[in-house]
Design a protein around this ligand. Sequence first.
Ligand code: CO
Length: 281
Amino acid sequence: MNTTVTHPRSIERLITGQPTSDGAGVKLTRVLTQDLQRRLDPFLMLDAFGSDSADDYIAGFPDHPHRGFETVTYMLAGRMRHRDSAGNEGLLQGGGVQWMTAGRGVIHSELPEQSEGRMEGFQLWLNLPAKDKMNPPWYRDIQSDDLPLWQGAGVVARVIAGATHGVQGAVQRDGTEPLYLDLHLDAGKTFEQPLPESHNAFVYVYRGAVSGVALQRMAIFGNAGDGVRLTAGADGARAILIAGKPLKEPIVQYGPFVMNTQQEIFKAVEDFRAGKLVQAT
Ligand code: CO
């Protein structure tokens, strides 16, 4: 298997996230905003949250619906309780991942199980192919200890989705082939990830810095080249590297619903209002 990169992709654009709030008033930074959905197809959104102040997260995300895509929540610190209309319940905590496929419809809540201390993590929205948008919901909690790891010289990759250097991640998806890595790099160390040119890719740095990308910045990579090469700065770095195969289908989003046509959005809103979002069609 080829694990080296000879022509690394260059950085096309650096992004500073937008401070916002969501749910019942949780403060977060929207890193992948709606205007980047086409460029970063199949990814629809990336939120980063991180605070030591309970006021910023305590309200959580009470019951709300989703249809047409997948949400991937990666918790670095803190504890969140998830409950949904499909009968799933789980405690998401430090280092763990929750992968939820909303499919034709889920109503869920995500509420903090702590009243003090640090809460930090990410929520990524991954689109579903048109043919899968009305599939039944699916859900999986992956505890921190169960997350596959790859270790190189001064590099640890926690493999949430896809595969790196022969290590298969916790989740695989055929349609979008997502790669989701949490990379921990010692000072000056380099990580390489081969990628097909057709796949869109970006990195977000949450500790230290990597070559060309400062702390709390997202870099969108150009598609030319045989992969991504990241070298940590003098203080080391932690960053999430995300890539996937674009669906090249129309994207119509209305809040928590992401479909292909306006008509399907009307139907989602209508189903939700009628209490039919979560029923078999
Ligand atoms: Co949600």
